[in-house]
Design a protein around this ligand. Structure first.
Ligand code: GLA
Length: 383
């Protein structure tokens, strides 16, 4: 079987951010229903992923993982069938260590039997965590093991490695066979967390790319501080819509997978607009998956900057960000992105938030960016 999985960053929903341990079959079914009804499927979202806390605390007598019958009374095959009938894909979760982060059985030394079980249940995506890794075991080798098991289990299963950026994972994960790799600690539903995770990956641009994407963690867009997991919500957590929009723009242009973490059954219109912004999604899903580069505002380089990404049709994605606390100017000089004035060419700016062309500019584009806010353009070279 050929493994041409996840050429572009996977898009979907994951149960952890909002529901953590509070998951069950009904939640997953209604989420799948809503996924189709509210347009997420049409916008390109595909995977519905059950995170930690789905199994019993012990394996069965044959050493197999057992879904918790109270949470999933019909077993996982039934859940998979339901999701597949909607034209969606089904993801599950396990761990490279002896236990998952929440203390359920992990796949350490059970990699091949678990891969076979997931394949039997109809799983299409496996998130694979790093808790309770024996100190003497080599992390890279544990991801190689599960990759080998999945790549030969008879079913296409996207392998989502989740070791939080430990052990310089960006240097070895592509060679293991995984399709995405978590490069950050866990996100929290607050601006400081979004900003810190984005900053931590600015120098990792060269490592992601087609077939093995840098996963900056699941989105908190639309959570507004609601989660049964108070650590994620931080009780007083939650962001403004501008902050969520910036979060989505960053993850998109930086090439991260887009895994929704809010309760999609009651999204606000603003949340739906952010998550289903087709122009921003198109930048994230550009076939070439080129890495981005950064151009700083000369008089405020730490806080105000532009990320640029070459797109496969010759256009460029241009995201302007303000990580500071005050409104500020971002003046993008076109020679900094490869366009000398002497060329006589100009750039046409299409605004991905307003969905329209805002003008054609020579030499530079100057604008103000509000604190924690962003602008996202798709620019085209014109005569
Ligand atoms: C780790 C991961 C999270 C989530 C939890 C589940 O913290 O990084 O994304 O999967 O485990 O326990």
């Amino acid at each position: 079987m050929e493994h041409l999985l996840a050429p572009t960053p996977p898009m979907g929903w994951n149960s952890w951010n909002t529901f953590s341990w509070n998951i069950n079959e009904e939640l997953i079914r209604t989420t799948a229903d809503k996924f189709v009804e509210c347009g997420l499927k049409d916008a390109g979202y595909e995977y519905i992923v059950i995170d930690d806390c789905w199994s019993l605390r012990e394996r069965d007598e044959n050493g197999r993982l057992v879904p918790d019958p109270e949470k999933f009374p019909n077993g996982m095959k039934a859940v998979a069938d339901y999701i597949h009938a909607k034209g969606l894909k089904f993801g599950m979760y396990s761990c490279a260590g002896t236990h998952t982060c929440a203390g359920y059985p992990g796949s350490f030394e059970h990699e091949f039997i678990d891969a076979a079980t997931f394949a039997e249940w109809g799983v299409d995506y496996l998130k694979y965590d790093y808790c309770y890794k024996p100190a003497t075991a080599d992390g890279a080798n544990l991801y190689r093991r599960m990759a080998m098991a999945l790549r030969n289990c008879g079913r296409d299963i996207v392998f989502s490695a989740c070791n939080w950026g430990a052990d310089d994972v960006h240097g070895w994960i592509r060679s293991s066979g995984a399709q995405l790799f978590r490069s950050t600690g866990d996100i929290q539903d607050k601006w400081e967390s979004i900003k810190a995770l984005a900053e931590s990956q600015m120098d990792k641009a060269p490592y992601g790319g087609a077939y093995c994407h840098n996963d900056m963690d699941m989105l908190v867009v639309g959570m507004y501080g609601r989660s049964c997991n108070t650590w994620i919500a931080e009780k007083i957590g939650g962001c403004s819509d501008a902050e969520y929009r910036t979060h989505f723009a960053l993850w998109s242009i930086m090439g991260s997978p887009l895994m929704i973490g809010c309760d999609i059954r009651d999204m606000t219109p603003a949340t739906a607009d952010i998550l289903m912004n087709r122009d921003v999604i198109a930048i994230n899903q550009d076939k070439e998956c080129r890495s981005f580069y950064r151009v700083n505002q000369w008089n405020n380089p730490k806080n105000i900057f532009t990320l640029v990404r070459a797109l496969s049709n010759g256009d460029y994605a241009v995201g302007m960000f303000n990580f500071g606390e005050h409104p500020g100017e971002m003046s993008l000089e076109f020679f900094d992105i490869g366009l000398p004035y002497a060329s006589g060419m100009a750039l046409e700016f299409y605004d991905c938030y307003q969905h329209k062309v805002v003008g054609t500019f020579k030499e530079r584009y100057s604008t103000n960016v509000e604190p924690h806010d962003s602008l996202m353009f798709r620019v085209k070279l014109v005569k």
